[in-house]
Design a binder for this molecule. Sequence first.
Ligand code: G3I
Length: 332
Amino acid sequence: MKLSLVTLLSASALVSAAPFAEPEPLLDERQAAESINDAMIAKGRKYFGTCTDPNRFNTGSNGAIIKANFGQVTPENSMKWDQTETSRGSFKFDTADQTVKFATDNKKLIRGHTTVWHSQLPGWVSQIKDKATLTTVIQNHVTTLLTRYKGQIYAWDVVNEMFDESGGFRSSVFYNVLGQDFVKIAFEAARAADPDAKLYINDYNLDTASYAKTQGLIRNVKNWISQGVPIDGIGSQTHLTAGQGAGAVAAMAALCAAASECAMTEVDIQNAQAADWTNVVKACLNQTNCVGITVWGVRDSDSWRPSGNPLLFDSSYKAKTAYNTVLAALKS
Ligand code: G3I
């Protein structure tokens, strides 16, 4: 992005006028004229974040971009069950620790992701058939992770992707063995381990208010909260394709009304139109309890679904038009 000489001179004048001001990151290092996190904070929200792990923040300009433009990170894979407890009671945190250190060294909020999920789950968990054993295994896994990072994690995705597209419960070892009680078990263990962390239920395809899955999640979360299950927030992953941004506005209104807070947790938009990114920002800012937006990666080429240019920076680490569209929407 080419800044006018006037802009650059006035910026340098500002810096020289404040002798102790932190030096601005070099433009080519930060790859964007302004921070979208700063713009989000200016709107009274908590963060604009991205996912990362050492394989990403140690590559190219990813680390510099995250430091300069984002205020929150989600470990993309390093806190998942298949990375942290490959066999029962045997925990490994070296990669997750690196991501937590990167975040805390750079004063970024952290969303822990994720303690109970049917995917990236070791076989030894999937094979459990006994209620008492699975209950103990869930409690120990959740307690170990949340205790390790106690006080460092803003929010945890305690349960991820538990609903099917009809709004019913996805078939998983957790539901098949324990029924919906696994939700209460996981959230109560999480609350006990880190009372200060916000505890979220997280899912995808919640981008249309009337969709059965959206309604099923809302109905069940309201019910669980009324029963005393300590659910603080709803995370809508928001993995979109072109034109779906408009629906997310009403969907977030419905989702955010069902819990004390909400967030858009894994945003990417394949073949996005400008209006899609504007609508994603609007969907969160319209809800006073939407605390933040997290895009699922920095560079298009690092996305879990790289086709369709779904993120805010291109493969050369340059801020795309989409980044400036988000910035403009935040500042409007
Ligand atoms: O760790 C192994 C490595 O040892 C091996 O050499 C390599 C090649 O086979 O694979 C590595 O594991 C990969 C893992 O990412 C870590 O890089 C898996 O194959 C790969 O499938 C896995 O993909 C992740 C995906 O979740 C798995 O479902 C993506 O990076 C990650 O962005 C994606 O994120 C999920 C969220 O957690 C939940 N919501 C949906 C979202 C997209 O699927």
